[in-house]
Design a protein around this ligand. Structure first.
Ligand code: SIN
Length: 558
């Protein structure tokens, strides 16, 4: 299916400097930091590069928490069950089993490293519940600032080894493209650094393995809970280099993002699902609770179910949003349990203790990404992907709440083990990038077109799609990418190009999947269609074009 042209390279200046390491880790969220810290000491040199500053990624913004079967009454088997149900038939059971069985130990190690989770007076880690979980299994920190605490603990652990010559950190470094040797093995990255001295401007970093942990692609839409850095840089570079990307159409729209008006743009305030976990409920303009009867778990149904019900309610009533009612939880409890949400809501003019909060779904998470095996290996030798950048198979069509931090933690550990083992065995020997072939396409989109990309994606590949809307979006993006002007080479242009390349791939998959499942809702195919669509769509760039393939069957395409 499809034959959409995607360039191999983004236009960029010739590298003016080089550096090398055994392993290059790109990204500094929970996945990248964990991977770099685990690799340090196991290989001679790790290079960690991050786009702005270490704490700027999505991990910092995670509110709810990290899911793990830590309660003696709970079990990995129960966690597995809830994850598979949320994934709407498309999770890879083996990958989920890895996640839920290794997860509790990885969380304990995070505690040993210095992460301070909220605790009961007796000292046990407090656990709460979020949508799709049948048990209290979400560990949280600072009430609703779990990601910030995990980020703090990991960055402090990195600071403690800052003098170690075995680890180097480069901030303000945007990875542009992947370098490959004659056999297509990934052997480094090109990157642009806003620095001083030797490492400034475009450079090349060579490594025996590259780990992409650049987070998600939320900025592809007009509004998202993701921070500004989430422009899908790692996924897009992998796509251009020929790695397989899977399940891109399964975008998670978080049900309760504060609605700030139709013109609101960029990162929007999230109201954690944990607020509903503690008893808040959704109501419409008439004050009617509408989740009861939609799903046995009502307001705590899996995220896709709640988001779809909100969209339906908005459509039926003509409203631009619904409301979250947390008033009965009380001033004191709300301020203690959700200090960041309460503070932000008040800043924006709403007091959750006395007022309803206007909420509507907005982009939150990419369940698909760079296909990997259970050790984080992509389809390109030498290339690994981790966290939101990866598609390990654990999320299927819809990620279960608070499984994302856990996925980053568990698979970062596996990747570090795998790379250390391979390098010790002499695998992935150092190699040089192949000379660029003149026939390889180079492209770049003007940064001023970002708004058009976001509009096209929001209108055509947003929470509700159709054959018509996705065809129109493909047409708009195709036309933008086909222009042959030479825009200024800027960070904004690289990011805009990444958004457009991923947007085209995502939309092609959303167009092809003629059913509604998990995060993918089609107005023209409103039901789940297992006989035709219980399977995975994957993209690979080959011969200059993007190729979309469908692999039927419950299993993940291994
Ligand atoms: C939330 O706190 O609602 C978000 C948690 C998640 O994305 O898993």
């Amino acid at each position: 299916m499809t034959g959409l042209p995607i360039p191999r390279w983004l236009r960029a200046g010739k590298p003016g400097w080089t550096t090398s390491a055994d392993v290059i880790v790109v990204g500094s969220g929970i996945a990248g930091l964990t991977c770099a810290l685990r690799l340090r000491g196991q290989v001679d040199k790790v290079l960690l590069v991050t786009k702005t500053v270490l704490s700027a990624g999505s991990t910092e913004w995670a509110q709810g928490g990290i899911a793990a079967a830590l309660d003696p009454e709970d079990s990995p088997e129960d966690h597995l069950h809830d994850t598979l149900v949320a994934g709407a038939g498309l999770c890879d059971e083996e990958a989920v089993r890895v996640l839920v069985t290794e997860g509790p130990q990885r969380v304990r190690e995070l505690v040993d490293l210095g992460a301070r989770f909220d605790r009961a007076p007796g000292g046990d880690i407090l656990l709460t519940r979020e949508g799709g979980h049948h048990r209290d299994r979400i560990a949280h920190a600072g009430g609703d600032a779990t990601g910030a605490e995990i980020s703090r603990a990991l960055i402090e652990a990195l600071d403690r080894v800052a003098q170690d010559p075995g680890i180097e950190v480069i901030e303000h470094a945007l990875v542009v493209d992947l370098l490959q040797d004659e056999s297509d093995r990934v052997c480094g990255v090109t990157l642009h650094v806003i620095g001083e001295g030797a490492q400034d401007g475009v450079g090349a970093a060579y490594g025996r393995a590259v780990v992409l942990a650049t987070g998600g692609l939320g900025q592809i839409y007009a509004s998202t809970t993701n921070p500004p850095v989430a422009t899908g840089d790692g996924m897009a570079a992998a796509l251009r280099a020929g790695a397989r990307l899977t399940d891109l159409e399964f975008v998670q729209f978080h049900p309760t993002v504060m609605y700030l008006g139709d013109g609101a743009h960029g990162q929007q305030p999230l109201i954690s699902e944990a607020v509903r976990g503690e008893g808040a409920v959704l109501v419409d303009d008439a004050g009617v609770r509408f989740m009861q009867g939609v799903h046995p778990m009502a307001d705590l149904a899996p995220r896709d179910v709640v988001a779809r019900a909100i969209v339906a309610r908005m459509r039926d009533t003509g409203a631009r949003h619904v409301w979250l009612d947390a008033r009965h939880l009380g001033q004191e409890f709300l301020a203690r349990r959700f200090p960041s949400i309460v503070a932000r809501s008040r800043e924006l003019g709403f007091d959750p203790a006395t007022q309803l909060i206007p909420v509507a779904p907005a982009q939150h998470y990419a369940s698909g990404g760079v296909w990997t095996d259970l050790n984080g290996r992509s389809t390109l030798d030498g290339l690994y992907a981790c966290g939101e950048t990866a598609c390990t198979g654990v999320h299927g069509a819809n990620r279960l709440a608070s499984n994302s931090l856990l996925e980053g933690l568990v698979f970062a550990d596996r990747i570090a083990e795998d790379i250390a083992r391979r390098l010790a065995a002499g695998e992935l020997p150092p190699s040089a990038p192949a000379r660029r072939r003149g026939s390889e396409a180079v492209g770049l989109l003007d940064e001023r077109l970002r708004g058009e990309v976001q509009r096209a994606m929001t209108d055509g590949s947003g929470p509700v799609r159709s054959a018509e809307s996705t065809a129109h979006t493909q047409q708009v993006l195709g036309a933008l990418l086909a222009h042959d002007e030479l825009p200024a080479v800027t960070t904004g242009a690289w990011e805009t190009s990444n958004l457009a390349h991923l947007g085209l791939a995502l939309t092609a998959a959303a167009h092809a999947r003629e059913e509604t499942r998990g995060g993918h809702e089609r107005a023209d195919f409103p039901t789940q269609d297992d006989p035709h669509w219980l399977g995975h769509l994957s993209h690979v760039r080959a011969g200059g074009d993007l190729h979309l393939t469908y692999r039927p069957g419950k299993g993940f395409p291994r």
